[in-house]
Ligand binder design. Sequence first.
Ligand code: ZN
Length: 293
Amino acid sequence: MARNPTFTFESYRAVASATRAADLAETSSPFQIEVRFIAGLSNSQKDVFAEAAERWARVIVGDLETAIIRDFSGEVVVDDILIDAEGVFLDGVFGVLGEAGPRIFRPQTALAGAGLPAKAVMRFDKADLGQMEDDGSLLDVITHEMGHCLGIGAFVWSAFGLLKDWPPVLAPGNPTFVGPGAMAEFGILRGAGQPLPVPVANVGGTGSAGSHWRETVFGNELMSPTIAAAGNPLSRLTAASLGDIGYEVDLDGAEPYELPDLMGIAAAGEGPPEPPRGVVLPTVPSSIPSERP
Ligand SMILES: [Zn+2]
């Protein structure tokens, strides 16, 4: 009797532009994100995961070294990142929305993408998926969480030595991201004429502080902690930060973004942004290295 179940899953592959990959990364194998639908997602929700992957495949174009990993489904060849997506029953609307983040990283010996995620998971409360679909925020929330899966956050930033003054000696402190690409873009956004350290979230507890751009500086940017509604651009700064951790990026694939006019907002009597309605827990990354092919 066969005792080794075989798993086949529907999946979606977002592939970067072959032209941009050839021009910018000199590769004939553009960057690919494979989203594997494990269970519990409606067709319209799968479409949202697919569109989120397409947004990231517009800014990451270069190939990473193929990784061979082992997970519950057996041995998997990963080119360039595998993300397992799942809808599950958790605690109903709001509260815990789900968990997302990298699980398996490429080894330090990888020729391209050393230390970058090969496998990640995104698991969401089915009740929240429905709620966010209804209020129009689902695409930006899924895109945001996929950004963490690609490595945006304290774990990878620290591993690359790009997170300064983190954790703070005295909370909240002033942590900054000091990758040269993102600093250049922040300098441009500020009109400073020079690169500037990028303010990183310093409030909100584990999973928020240290792993996002600072909400009070960046407002609706995709990788600030809070997504209150649709309309959160994936900026050149976020794209450049991916370049700083080793991806080959196309900044022209980013979405139009400007810093909020904080003086104008304050003078108009508007309050600070609403607190998040729920939290997505970061995954605890496994340190098991994937194997080289
Ligand atoms: Zn986040």
